[in-house]
Design a protein. Structure first.
Length: 158
């Protein structure tokens, strides 16, 4: 009976872990993106949140100025975390039955695919995304996928 429960648990997606994975990966992504833009890319750390917030607030919130605005940041966090949870859940379904090594590989690849979809596909609707086609954004998306896969695997059995 115990072995059957373990098998069912192993084959069932842990939705709570999937949501947690999306949130953790989303937070890591946002911090990494903001720091890299500021210290490596020569831009403002507040540029990425403004781009995210513009999805719902419109292009008028885009920089310049790329300064802190509480309303923009809160909106960006909400939009970004909702999307991160959705992406985290999708990835969790894909990697549910995989071991950690393959899950991390799939996570990294999915992060790259997510970058391509967001910054080449969605630019038809959100043209300002094209300005962020760079190594910082590619790297941050790959890290997002890795962190989401790692977090899901860490919390999957909990």
């Amino acid at each position: 009976m115990e072995a059957e429960r373990d098998l069912v648990k192993r084959n069932t997606v842990n939705w709570k872990a999937a949501v947690i994975a999306g949130v953790i990966a989303g937070i890591v992504f946002l911090i990494l993106e903001m720091l890299l833009v500021q210290f490596v890319g020569g831009g403002s750390a507040w540029g990425p949140p403004r781009m995210m917030a513009a999805i719902v607030m419109g292009q008028e919130v885009l920089p310049p100025p790329a300064t802190f605005d509480a309303g923009v940041v809160v909106t960006a966090l909400i939009v970004h975390l909702i999307l991160s949870i959705i992406y985290g859940v999708i990835l969790s379904v894909i990697i549910n039955k995989l071991g950690i090594g393959m899950a991390l590989l799939i996570g990294a690849v999915s992060g790259l695919i997510l970058y391509i979809v967001n910054f080449y596909g969605f630019t038809a609707v959100f043209p300002w995304f094209a300005k962020a086609r760079n190594f910082i954004t590619i790297f941050s998306h790959i890290i997002f996928g890795l962190v989401a896969a790692w977090a899901y695997k860490k919390y999957q059995r909990a």
